[in-house]
Design a protein around this ligand. Sequence first.
Ligand code: NDP
Length: 476
Amino acid sequence: MAQAEIGLIGLGVMGSNLALNIAEKGNTIAVFNRTVEVTRKFYAEAGALQSQIVPCETIEEFVAAIRPPRPIIIMIKAGEPVDQQMELLKPYLEKNDIMIDAGNANFRDTMRRFDNLKDSGLTFIGMGVSGGEEGARHGPSIMVGGKEDSWKRVEKVLTSIAAKYNDDPCVAWLGENGAGHFVKTIHNGIEYADMQMIAEIYGILRDGLKMSATEIGEVFGEWNKGRLNSYLIEITEKVLKAADPITGKPIVDLILDKAGQKGTGKWSVIEAQNMGIPATAIEAAVAARSISSVKGEREAAEKVLGLPAVGEFNVADKTAFLKDLESALLAAKIGAYAQGFAVMAEASREFNWNLPMPTIAKIWRAGCIIRSAFLDEITTAFTKDPNVANLIVTPAFSGMVKETDGALRRVVSAAVLGGLPVPALASALGYFDSYRRGRGTANVIQAQRDFFGAHGFDRIDGADSHHGPWGSGLIA
Ligand code: NDP
């Protein structure tokens, strides 16, 4: 067999599916896994794709099987294991070979790895892959960061395996060093917000309107035919309608309400805070997962405090309220995406990446977890105005916000009065209300800061006096 076009290390959930996808698209791929039995099992089960796969049991054999300059995808547990794997690989590599970390790396680790390889003659790509197991197998969304010539070496293979949206491949080179992993991190941050907002709407339907899981599934199914059409809404319908094989009850009612997290949501928030960009919906979503995880504390608190002392959750017109919920979810979602894109715009300036906003929206339209019809509209908005300060002031999205924010306000109000937690929906509303208000309330904060710390302030009349008369008399 001719030398493989590409190599892949790590035949776990993502790696094995990515390798099969690469093989299926007619590329020859060499594979290696730390535990040899995994490689053997993978190869044995590859069926007709075996002819495209070179299973390797040693690193030496693996490297020799790939055509130089060798692109090697490392799809293993993120963090320290990637550094260990790179160290094991390095002695066998030659000038211009490319190590590609395709896991969920922190982009700061990616930048460090770039720096460490600077004088080695080797190159590196930090590549975000979204779409889970199914995406990896049949078409993920791929966010590439690294040198443009490294990208050129892998462009053909990656284009062949990426998801397609109307024939447009959902893969792109987004910029140097950490750009790909940064964009993947923000993708996941937005995903956290999107999921949390859906869960909050589910909570209103379950605990406010007392609907069953199956009935709520029907509602999401209807919404998926409209403007909320998206993978997450689609799977929410499926999740809510799935029956537990043991009891026959809706499985969702039997799942413990403790959400896991691996770090990308938290990293989004940390980076947003580092740059001073508000990402309140993402923050609320990350915090909500943290609150969910202290199940024991919540149960104890419910015993001490009880649920909020509110009356029946009263909705005069259920049909109108359901319409409001649909619009509220759309409005809140706009807030979360606007925040995510604003974080990326600032990072692009800070790290000199020149991130292409329309392209990012484009490659998220299919393959990834947040794929949706809505991303096509974001693509159009950023294509018309790539440097706009915020998505919500583009003509298309300002129109949508004006049309839907009333519903968001009514839904958040109803939930708050009904004692139902909606932190992500409320944060999106707070974001709109703060962002659209030309005269805010920070004048009081500036005055307070000057009062206790002589920090000074700017005056709206431009007068050359930057400290308050705090020691003198009060207005009579
Ligand atoms: P799995 O747990 O299924 O597989 C882990 C893989 O990592 C195995 O091949 C394992 O090898 C290997 N591994 C672990 N530690 C080491 C080490 N020290 N040295 C070498 N190999 C090691 O993980 P996933 O496939 O789910 O995830 C892989 C990466 O993809 C992660 O970064 C993850 O965050 C990311 N990702 C996952 C998604 C998902 O939906 N699962 C979606 C997008 C990205 P061995 O068989 O020897 O244990």
